[in-house]
Design a protein around this ligand. Structure first.
Ligand code: ACO
Length: 409
């Protein structure tokens, strides 16, 4: 098999996207979702692998801005649309795409590549480590009392057309982006992800609703959701499927949840991707009735170790020599001295002896503060060479808010 990888051309997009549909199971996107994917594809960052005239592999990335600990926005490659045709699998096509892409990201000067995985087991071998987690909740709104907080009655809630409220909701989202590692600054067209609601994808659920929370005429938060009605012998037992909820303060947040609890003819709110430190956990009397589940969300891959570590800040002063193993991006391999604190950091090549040794994927896992170095070391993934270095790094790399990726890509 001889294959050739080259950059996608604009005119090839439809044929390329058809191949993605096949690789992901053959259920084609409807016109609305397809048009959205077309609008967000950065063709100059996308590529196709061909076997003769036939496209057998696809891939690309988005030029995202990722919030890192300390609040800076760092330019990253959001790896996406990776697929290999069923006829060409397990022959190294993905491997060739990953190597090509990481070299390309390096050339572009982006310090990190990030992704969300269909199957997490694929990407560790390419230096990606799970770096954020998300909470899944199935909140029993019959057995739990609705959240209450002083001031909630002063919040005005309005049901509005999701489209009509898009700009105001986006403003709320944008103000939150720098406050939490893992959040993504929106590129053009991405804001429409929140209001995509093709009728053919609803699967028995009603149309998308948007409720905004206002104080003194200012939008302080919003929730987008749909209701899935259901009936049992005992009566109504519908579900509220919450798609997004963002709020700028605790009162707006509690008001939105109180509203969701009170939607008639429903008995639960289901939500798939909330931060693991979601405030709802402290607004209910019984967390067990929130049906909690946790899974990984964002994978992080340092592509330029020095630039990545210098781009974030550190909760406590840190001065440590890291020995990084990286077969896929050999320019990262070797020793780096990281010196930093809450104001800034530098990370340079050094010949000094290593104090901590780890593979690059584990550095990705620790990068946003979502996984502690101590936990990685307990699993044998980080080696403490100088006693004391591990605890100091664990504290310094931590984050006072849990890193969180607000949506897949
Ligand atoms: C970021 C995103 O876009 S996530 C989307 C990923 N795409 C999909 O899930 C679509 C359906 N799947 C596919 O298209 C393909 O099976 C792919 C892209 C996952 C794999 O492509 P392939 O060309 O078969 O992979 P390739 O032959 O290069 O394998 C490279 C390595 O990954 C491993 N691997 C490949 N697929 C998987 C998998 N699903 N789970 C675990 N390991 C895998 C291979 O065993 C091989 O391992 P090795 O390092 O021990 O040799």
């Amino acid at each position: 098999m001889t294959t050739e990888l080259r950059q996608l051309r604009d005119a090839e997009w439809d044929a390329w996207y058809d191949k993605l549909d096949v690789a992901f199971g053959g259920v084609p996107d409807g016109p609305e979702r397809r048009a959205w994917w077309r609008s967000i594809t950065e063709v100059e960052r996308a590529f196709a692998v061909r076997d003769g005239a036939e496209i057998v592999g696809t891939g690309g990335s988005f030029s995202f801005g990722l919030t890192v600990p300390g609040g800076a926005e760092v330019a990253v490659a959001g790896v996406t649309l990776i697929s290999v045709q069923p006829t060409h699998r397990r022959r190294g096509v993905l491997r060739s795409m990953m190597r090509h892409q990481l070299a390309d990201v390096h050339e572009r000067g982006e310090a990190l590549a990030v992704l969300t995985a269909t199957e997490p087991a694929i990407y560790g071998r390419f230096g990606y480590g799970p770096a954020t987690q998300e909470l899944r909740m199935s909140v029993d709104t019959v057995r739990l009392a609705a959240p209450e907080l002083p001031g909630v009655d002063g919040v005005r809630l309005r049901l509005v057309e999701p489209e009509a409220a898009l700009a105001a909701c986006e403003e709320v989202y944008g103000r939150l982006v720098p406050t939490r590692p893992g959040m993504l600054a929106r590129r053009p067209h991405w804001e429409r992800l929140g209001v995509l609601d093709p009728a053919d994808e609803r699967q028995g659920t009603g149309q998308l609703q948007c409720v905004v929370a206002e104080v003194d005429g200012e939008v302080r938060g919003y929730a987008r959701y749909a209701v899935k009605p259901d009936w049992s012998h005992a009566g109504p037992c519908g579900t509220v499927l919450l798609r997004q909820l963002d709020a700028l303060d605790p009162v707006a947040y509690a008001a939105l949840w109180r509203y969701l609890f009170g939607i008639d003819l429903t008995s639960s709110v289901q939500v798939r991707g909330r931060p693991v430190d979601d405030p709802l956990l402290h607004l209910v009397a019984d967390q067990r009735r929130c049906g909690l589940g946790v899974r990984e969300a964002l994978f992080v891959r340092p592509v330029d170790v020095g630039a990545a570590l210098a781009a974030r800040t550190y909760q406590a002063p840190v001065d440590v020599v890291l020995e990084v193993a990286d077969d896929v991006c050999p320019w990262n391999a070797g020793r780096w001295r990281l010196s930093g604190d809450a104001k800034g950091a530098s990370c340079e090549r050094t010949t000094d002896p290593a104090e901590l040794a780890l593979p690059v994927g584990e550095l990705g896992s620790a990068y946003l503060g979502g996984f502690a170095w101590s936990g990685l070391a307990a699993a044998g993934r980080v080696r403490e060479v100088r006693p004391g270095a591990l605890g100091a790094a664990s504290v310094a790399f931590g984050s006072d808010v849990a890193p969180w990726l607000p949506h897949n890509f």
